[in-house]
Design a binder for this molecule. Structure first.
Ligand code: FDM
Ligand code: MG
Length: 212
């Protein structure tokens, strides 16, 4: 293994509002893929383990205050600091299932009123996902599920704005998943879509860059 002609892994991102089921479905997907013999890893952004990630975490838990532009750039920096490892893993054949990515970065900042194009700019050149699974749920329904914590952004009125901003980011790599259905039904649907996508990547589709 490891040769440059070996099949690469797929970069698969789950996006959606808080409480849409991203984290549960990401974890289930990785267990499923590993169970059928694929090399797969669960990643998430923000990655709170790095020093940039710790600044982000302090901001989200309201322990620190930051200018909206500053925190936006920190979220982006948190992806850039993981870029080379991301590319290494993909090239070595590992599929990455990523819980939130640049779309969260843009949608949450644009929902505060920052310019959409300004928000997208620092993401230019990051690896583009092969597939974005958008777990679609009305903000009111997500809020009804309970389990919003005390972190910044976990409020219904703000989530409504985030949903609108997500909408503006949809492109051909997106699959809209009805996230109001039972968890097992969604899980089965995602397994099928992801397997097809992994196969497509193995037959030589190159990794592209945001935003394409
Ligand atoms: N979030 C997440 C952003 O505002 N920008 C980003 O780039 C990313 C990746 O951080 F409210 C927001 C989305 C969410 C918060 O995410 C923490 P988790 O998934 O709840 O940890
Ligand atoms: Mg959260």
């Amino acid at each position: 293994g490891g040769g440059s002609n070996d099949p690469r892994g797929a970069l698969i991102v789950l996006e959606g509002l808080d409480r849409s089921g991203k984290s549960s479905q990401s974890a289930r997907l990785v267990s499923y893929l590993e169970g059928i013999g694929h090399s797969a890893e669960l990643w998430r952004f923000p990655d709170r383990t790095t020093s940039v990630g710790q600044m982000i975490s302090a901001y989200l838990s309201n322990e620190s205050q930051l200018d909206d532009h500053t925190i936006h750039l920190l979220f982006s920096a948190n992806r850039w600091e993981k870029r080379s490892l991301m590319e290494t893993k993909l090239k070595s054949g590992t599929t990455l299932i990523v819980d939130r990515y640049s779309y969260s970065g843009v949608a949450f900042s644009a929902a505060k009123g920052l310019d959409l194009h300004w928000c997208k700019a620092p993401e230019f050149g990051l690896p583009a996902p092969d597939l974005v699974l958008y777990l679609d749920i009305p903000p009111e329904k997500a809020a009804e599920r309970g389990g919003y914590g005390d972190e910044r952004y976990e409020q219904l009125e703000f989530q409504k704005k985030v949903a609108e901003c997500y909408h503006a980011l949809r492109d051909s790599s997106w699959k809209i998943i009805d996230a109001c259905r039972p968890m097992e039904e969604i899980e089965k649907q995602l397994q099928g879509i992801v397997l097809d996508n992994i196969v497509a990547c193995k037959v030589g589709k190159p990794i592209s860059q945001l935003w394409s």
